[in-house]
Design a protein around this ligand. Sequence first.
Ligand SMILES: [Zn+2]
Length: 360
Amino acid sequence: MKNAISRRSFVGLIGASLGTTLLSACAGAGTNAGDASSTSTPVAAIDYMVLVNPKHKVPDDWEERLDLVEEKSLLYNDPVRVDRKAYEAWKSMKEELAAEGVFVELDSCYRSKAEQQEVMDDFTKKYGAEYAKQIVAEPGTSEHQTGLALDLFLVIDGVQVAENEEMMKHPEVWEKVHAKLADHGFILRYPRRKAIFTECTYEPWHMRYIDDPKTAHEIMDADTTFEQYLGMESAYVKDCKVDYGTPSRYTDYAIDSTVDAILREFESWDGCHMTRFAYAGDDACGDDELAYVNELRASKEPNLEEFGQAIVMVTDFRSPSAEKAEGTAWEPDTDYNDYTWHLGRKDDDDEWHLMGWGYA
Ligand SMILES: [Zn+2]
């Protein structure tokens, strides 16, 4: 797989249960860089604090302002390209880590909008538009287009560990990497249990350069997200409390993955504000629940394959203010606590399907 041109990320995306729209924006997809001779002169300095996510696109003139450097890729034929300052910071961080016996390398970094579009077209041709949209980040919404996002892979005992699922099995190594980030002006862009704010599941390998170590420390030390630090998380989840408890049935990653389906529904409840997002616990996700979501599936979406997994998430939310509730069915300014969301999926590789919500 390593010598296939830039296809590892695709395989990872499909194979490693990353198949949700939620993920596609940040996981993105590797691509054949084609013409890699982009050593343009920067027109104006870029804003290292730029926020890019599905709701905030890369600024239009971004690419012409980028000053990229490239390094031979250890995984692909095409070189890895990174913003010059980010690259310098990365080199010194990498050196420090190596001195401590931690070995990391660059996987996927910069991708142009055109490359992202190519990937989208390629996937659309092969799998159809609907699936492509789920798997590949919409051009303009991938942080990889900024040149400030670095996906890393690990080298453990001399062996490359680059598959997402395999990399997840080394939390102690990531901990050492993450501890170094802020000193060098990086943040962990998609931290654990923060998907409700980032709309992206935990990605221990995705670093984001923001240039200023002091700010990076403020973000990392507070265990917060870039969105929250900037006050730019979606208004309907502002200050939402997250509680996954101590799940054993599901990984944080699997629980994070429910956010996409739930937010897609919740977002449409104009004016409602989520104040708590919690995992209902292992006991609530047993055989009875599985039978329940399969029943719903059979009546609502009979074309879906039978679910092998069920999960229940719990939220508290407040209905719209009197002003906003006017003309809607909402009783204004009312708290709805312990409101449940019922989701099912075939297996780890499937995305969660929202089957029911309300008071069970
Ligand atoms: Zn990434």
